[in-house]
Design a protein around this ligand. Structure first.
Ligand code: PLP
Length: 283
């Protein structure tokens, strides 16, 4: 198959599979999701993504009707059905199907969706452009929920400005990107926002921290400001599909570019890890 959609056991092409209107995703975005990549039919960091998925679900009082190993097995079965060995691997669970009322419906069970589509791995050494956007999201950003409208609006704003990503800030505090975490390198130290309810606990963020540990790069997990972002030696975003890419411009001003060797060591380490797990090379 070129693409694959899965809904509670039904499988079809993404353009063809039909979903009931009363799925609470349609009315409320009432669900949680995960996204990672597969290369050579190996799903990268699958266990970590499955764990975060169950954690997000628990935070919304949702109980998957499937165990973690069953979910992992299902994803592998589906990934092997797709022609391309390199895929964007996405799945979500919604609270269920019920007539539209805000409070949780009493008699329903969760719906499981999977979406697979071919992916081209990025050249992570390419420089990207960022814009900054006031973070108007709610206070549950640690949960990977389907409610992404502010993220969508910020991402569109970045696209209109010819940029790759929008960096959210609450007042002066940098939180994260519209679909990534944001980090800076300054004086040899990696600084990244702490894990609280204002950011998603990114799996790639964790891999960056692990690699920094191995490379002896000190890590400072603390809130940082817009001034620190603009004054950083390097500014990076991270996500499952971008790994760790660095910025050349923010809001049209030159940014980063002052610690290229340190940045390169970190990016090389991340790609080495990906290569070891999947056998695939990105760049
Ligand atoms: N923050 C937000 C808002 C995201 O949507 C994402 C990824 O989709 C991330 C951070 C990065 O998370 P991960 O590294 O697990 O892909």
């Amino acid at each position: 198959m070129e693409t694959l959609g899965y809904y509670n056991g039904e499988i079809g092409l993404l353009d063809e599979l039909r979903i009931p209107m009363n799925d609470r995703a349609c009315w409320f975005g009432d669900g949680v999701y995960e996204a990672t990549v597969s290369a050579n039919y190996r799903i990268f960091a699958l266990e970590e993504h499955v764990n975060r998925f169950f954690n997000s679900a628990a935070l919304l009082s949702m109980t998957p009707a499937i165990t973690k190993p069953q979910l992992a097995e299902l994803l592998y079965t589906l990934v092997y059905k797709v022609d391309s060995p390199t895929q964007f691997v996405y799945w979500q669970m919604t609270r269920g199907t019920a007539p539209r009322t805000h409070a949780f419906p009493e008699q329903t069970s969760p719906n499981l969706w999977v979406m697979l589509k071919p992916l081209t791995l990025p050249d992570i050494y390419q420089k990207i452009r960022l814009i900054t956007v006031e973070d108007t999201r709610f206070f549950h950003c640690n949960i990977k929920t389907l409610n992404l409208l502010p993220n969508v609006l910020a991402s569109e704003k970045a696209k209109q400005a010819g940029c790759t990503e929008a960096v959210f800030h609450r007042g002066n505090r940098v939180t994260e990107g519209s679909h990534s975490n944001v980090h800076i390198l300054k004086d040899g130290t990696l600084c990244t926002a702490p894990l609280d309810n204002l950011i998603l606990p990114g799996i790639s963020r964790r891999h960056i921290i692990t690699q920094c540990g191995k490379l002896g790069i000190p890590i400072d997990e603390r809130p940082f400001t817009l001034e620190e972002l603009f004054g950083a030696d390097e500014v990076m975003i991270s996500s499952a599909s971008t790994f760790c890419m660095s910025a050349s411009h923010i809001d049209g001003y030159e940014a980063g570019g002052k610690a290229p060797e340190l940045l390169r060591r970190l990016q090389d380490a991340l790609l080495d890890e990906f290569h070891q797990v999947t056998g695939a090379r990105c760049a």
